[in-house]
Write a protein that binds this ligand. Sequence first.
Ligand code: NDP
Ligand code: X2W
Length: 335
Amino acid sequence: MTRVAILGGTGYTALELLKILARHSSAKVTAITSRTETSPIREIHPSLAGRFDLSLENLSPQQLKERADVVFCCLPHVASMEAVPGLLEVGLKVIDLSADYRLKDPEVYAKWYGHAHTDVGRLSSAVYGLPELYRDRIRGTNLIANPGCYTSTSILALAPLIQRGLVEPTGIIIDAKSGVSGAGRTPKQNILFAECNESFGAYSVGNHRHQPEIEQILSESSGHKVDVIFTPHLTPMDRGIEATIYAVPKAKATQQELLEVCRAFYQESPFVRVVDRIPTTKDSAYTNFFDMTIRIVKDRVVILACLDNLIKGASGVAIQNFNLMYGYPETDGLL
Ligand SMILES: NC(=O)C1=CN([C@@H]2O[C@H](COP(=O)(O)OP(=O)(O)OC[C@H]3O[C@@H](n4cnc5c(N)ncnc54)[C@H](OP(=O)(O)O)[C@@H]3O)[C@@H](O)[C@H]2O)C=CC1
Ligand SMILES: CC(=O)N[C@@H](CCC(=O)OP(=O)(O)O)C(=O)O
């Protein structure tokens, strides 16, 4: 049994982690933290009543070390890199759901996050937690940089065709839409009901921080310099991400051949479904599955992909990483 602590227990990704951990065969949740709340977790997240008796606490790294082996850090970026060094220094393993350890170059981080990185020394050793690309690296690490939700959707959709040289690595357009829970539970004006309900629009056009993350991972994993235009949209749904991606073909291949390449690429990946029909967010909602298909339209390859931002885009993939780090079946808690 592995003892698990969760930081940022009042938030959405923490709630999803707790729901998954409640049915995990080999994990026991021993601590859940909050800066401010001390209530039982069932009062903060009523859906957890009957599943966990723990209350929220404000715990130091040393106190966490006495109770846990691994910490899931569900804090916003910047707050995360302030917490993670202390956790690693007392000997805990860390799965960080924030963006703080994803980008390898501290200058790129400072440019896109508007904040100097304060733990530069760990950027090179943190492992990007996308099991479908980095399963072996994940097994041996103490620090996982869990991917972003838009990022996972985009990378999983594009990696097979870029790696196999079937689409050009440049000139790629990623038109992505997210449900409102993608913005977290911490209140913000744009996610007020009267702002986002019955409304739809793009945001952060040309300057969303997932763009360099997508380019870094696709470039590193393919050996080509990948360049994308990433445009996110907020859609009035609770959860889910859909990405419609346009790429220029590099080699002649039929739609069926492209689908077969993707199926072969993901044959060892239990949570990727390469389907014939066009996926919708409902197909993967509340699951750890990533769904994708491909169409050829005129002179473009169009990839259509969906996942649940809080599960495959955050807490579900975090559990996949946990399972790999501890040698448990990759699917434990997730099917
Ligand atoms: N929502 C999503 O779909 C996804 C989220 N992520 C990332 O996962 C992380 C958690 O996201 P999510 O659960 O949605 O966020 P929430 O806003 O729902 O929760 C974050 C929690 O962190 C705590 N917190 C807030 N600010 C600070 C701070 N300055 N210092 C310390 N603790 C703080 C709060 O708990 P308290 O006030 O009780 O201390 C809060 O409940 C973020 O980094 C996010 O970017 C990644 C992929 C997808
Ligand atoms: C709808 C919405 O607001 N989504 C968030 C992305 C959530 C996420 O994955 O964030 P991190 O990469 O910071 O972990 C956004 O666009 O900022």
